[in-house]
Design a protein around this ligand. Sequence first.
Ligand SMILES: Nc1cc2c(nn1)-c1ccccc1CC2
Length: 291
Amino acid sequence: SPYRHEPVEDWYIVGEEIGSGHFAVVKKVVCKRSGTEFAAKFIRKKRASTSRRGARREDIEREISILQELNHVNIIKLYDIFEDKQDVTLILELVSGGELFDFIAERDVLHESEATAFIAQVLEGLAHMHLKNIAHLDLKPENILLTNRAQAVIKLIDFGISRKIEDGKNEIQMLGTPEFVAPEVIAYEPLGLYTDMWAVGVITYILLSGCSPFLGDNKQETFANICAVDFSFDDEFFGNTSDLAKDFIRGLLVKHPGRRASVTDCLSHPWIKLFFDERERLYEMNRGYEL
Ligand SMILES: Nc1cc2c(nn1)-c1ccccc1CC2
């Protein structure tokens, strides 16, 4: 295989564990030559075809080919690939600002301007993916990392169940995390780019309220709430939330995939557009000062 067969340890000093994923553990590493820090994702290979442990080769190669096709500031970069008897190891861009999930937990809820700043970047990363017909299929706050707490640039990670969506061949598979899966996933209907958009609606709802719209006491209850699209904007949590924000979420938590807002619809929605216009205005203003 085209992957490097030298030991990772020959080229990198392996540090502490910083995360985990499907059959994978992620550690901070330092390149011996440049001193640059990276994240190394050690993906355990399935040893016997009958074994339930370890990732299948085609799944590992799919994640790699998808990462190699993507090149965007809001998507984690893949720099190198090693392979030995038991692991395939991805050398990834290090992102050390933690998960958006923890950021929300610390702040309880975010101001709408902070939420749009995050969601706008998720949408820009998704737009890059959807343009290439690639769906993430496991979008959730744990898979959205921050580069640092200050300027809060976000990076989408973990393309372990990401897929190329080919017309007519939209693979029907039960994947993702119950709280964030769209109705079509539960109904075993074709998945698509629209499946990511449902998750954006759930994530936005959580960013603004700290509550999860469909979460029940167990998986079955959560699935029932999702299939019934049973959610509401409880005044206790959404009392101060703008109608634009609620309209943005309502456009995404739509059962029929064809009627659900696309990433392009979202980027031109006034709630997000306001954010870009403001960023543009500030940029122009600052440029004015520099000139
Ligand atoms: N499943 C996961 C999990 C993680 C990562 N990738 N995949 C990751 C990627 C780059 C930097 C840091 C991490 C840690 C979490």
